[in-house]
Design a protein around this ligand. Structure first.
Ligand code: GLN
Length: 534
């Protein structure tokens, strides 16, 4: 196994994940199987209970792991599927060590950070990478060098450096190059962060600098000299117009070849799919406008995978999709804002929890349905589409979800008996991959090109099977099912009215868009054309 260990300096939020995913993609393009492990030094066991306000979206993996959004970037860039084990947190490590201690596994010894915690970290890195059958494993240590929380992880990889053959482990440090008031690039913070690394016994082989503009020769030489890294291994990861262009920029600077040399890898393969995808993306011209009506609208990261999936669909359709975030609650109070929604070429309601904003989202759904505007509803978005349809089409006045109103007259959305019984937060959540069988001749079957699909889930509530017949008699079709669970609700006689209990965005990939998203963008383009012809 070849390990590429990546640390971060100066501050977090540098786009370290994208840089690492890009390095991985370039190695994959050379024919290697690449996997990734993300270390989050926080105490939480996983990201499942974390607020998207603080951390961006919770990404859901096939095994139901609820993880940091960086793993989503890894899946998209590396075109792979990861599991919950690929996300290590301090909480997971300590929990495992404490459980072993209680079981007596340490035979009465004093249990300590070194060696017990560090051994647990090293074992997990080695086990997870071996199990995934990869040639190369990227290990991202979240946070910034110098944080108290990340010390045990840095110590663990320091030990690995001594234990692995030199050609099997390489260290990359991603740091920030700031500009002073005159616009000059300053390298001092980077120098300091490398000094901090050195004090921990780590020495970077490569330094990748994040900056707004390309790293100037002078700054590069300074970093090289002060940080003891040859200038050709100081790589500029300056802002790119789109994150998918980052691999191409790193490739241009020869990073892949140099890493391969250092790791004694000699592939001659060169896959150009990614490059072609980027070229297609850059040539997109006309644009369609999509409104995403949600709750965390001031933080785009809380809908990251949805943004990406829309982009994948748009690249495929050769048509740029401009996204506008609309705060659901504003629609409840301002009829003028609701009226404005009609101008969009498409409306999307993402997943969400809690009642706030749900009435506004239903106003948006009604607007889409009544004006025949292409619509995609995801998870909570499907539940609200069903409630809106029940109330305004199927004459079930006061219909609701028991999540928002326990005693409503028509609980069209409810907790199924097998989901009931709340142990702890997330305890009863239906998480990860589940299959669905699609109805013959449905929109769902047409867009997926199959009658059997697997998609990722994260929810507790479901369409109440008791109301299915009634709703179907009014024209809503539950075209995807997993036994008595409704996975898809569509209105076939609309231009495109599609909603799913699962989250299709998590399996969408550049070059292989998720079918509901591709179909949404295609319908938006068609719709825009018909409007223009009028
Ligand atoms: N709150 C809803 C449920 O638990 C929807 C969840 C979601 O949209 N992810 O079923």
């Amino acid at each position: 196994m070849k390990y590429i260990i990546v640390t971060g300096g100066v501050m977090s939020g540098l786009g370290k994940g994208i840089t690492i995913a890009s390095i991985g993609r370039n190695l994959k393009n050379r024919g290697y199987k690449v996997t990734a492990i993300k270390i989050d030094p926080y105490i939480n066991i996983d990201a499942g209970t974390m607020s998207p306000f603080q951390h961006g979206e919770v990404f859901v993996l096939k095994d139901g792991g609820e993880v940091d959004l960086d793993l989503g970037n890894y899946e998209r860039f590396l075109d792979t599927e990861l599991t919950g084990d690929h996300n290590l947190t301090t909480g997971k490590i300590y929990q495992a060590v404490i459980n072993k201690e209680r079981r007596g596994d340490y035979l009465g010894k004093t249990v300590q950070i070194i060696p017990h915690i560090t051994n647990e970290i090293k074992n997990r890195i080695r086990k997870v990478s071996a199990r995934s059958g990869a040639d190369i494993c990227l290990v991202e240590i979240g946070g910034t060098v110098g944080d108290i929380e990340s010390m045990p992880f840095l110590e663990a990889v320091r030990q690995m450096h001594g234990e692995e053959a030199p050609e099997n482990i390489v260290f990359i440090h991603v740091t920030l190059v700031v500009e002073d008031l005159q616009g000059e690039q300053k390298t001092k913070p980077s120098q300091h962060s490398v000094k901090d690394l050195r004090m921990l016994g780590l020495r970077p082989d490569v330094i990748v600098t994040r900056s707004h503009t390309p790293l100037k020769e002078e700054a590069k030489e300074k970093i090289s000299l002060f940080c003891d890294v040859p200038p050709e291994l100081v790589i500029s990861a300056h802002d790119a117009p789109d994150i998918y262009e980052v691999p191409l920029e790193l490739e241009k600077q020869g990073l892949t070849t140099r890493l391969m040399k250092r790791l004694q890898l000699e592939s001659v393969v060169e896959d150009t799919d990614w490059k072609q995808m980027v070229q297609k993306m850059k040539s997109m011209k006309t644009g369609v406008n999509l409104a995403i009506v949600g709750k965390y609208t001031n933080l785009e990261d809380s809908y990251l995978s949805i943004f990406e999936a829309v982009k994948h669909g748009a690249i495929e359709c050769g048509c740029k999709a401009n996204i506008k975030m609309v705060e659901a609650e504003v629609l409840e109070n301002d009829p003028a804002e609701l009226e404005k929604l009609k101008q969009y070429d498409g409306i999307l309601i993402p997943g969400g929890f809690g009642e706030r904003g749900t009435e506004g989202k239903m106003l948006a759904i009604r607007c889409a349905r009544e004006n025949n505007i292409p619509f995609l509803g995801i998870c909570m978005g499907m539940q609200l589409a069903v409630i809106e349809f029940a109330r305004n089409v199927a004459n079930l006045e006061g219909a609701n979800s028991t999540e928002f109103d326990e005693n409503n007259p028509y609980p069209v959305i409810d907790i199924l008996p097998e989901q009931a019984g709340v142990d702890d937060l997330g305890g009863t959540m239906r998480l990860g991959d589940y299959e669905a069988v699609l109805k013959e001749g449905s929109v769902a079957e047409k867009i997926y090109g199959s009658n059997y699909i697997v998609e990722r889930h994260r929810h507790r509530y479901e369409v109440n099977p008791e109301f299915v017949e009634k709703l179907e008699s009014f024209g809503m079709v539950f075209s995807g099912k997993n036994k008595n669970r409704m996975e898809i609700a569509e209105i076939p006689d609309k231009r495109y009215f599609f909603s799913s209990q699962f989250h299709p965005e998590f399996r969408s990939r550049p070059g292989r868009p998720s079918p509901p998203f591709r179909a949404l963008v295609a319908a938006m383009c068609e719709y825009k054309k018909t409007k223009e012809e009028k």
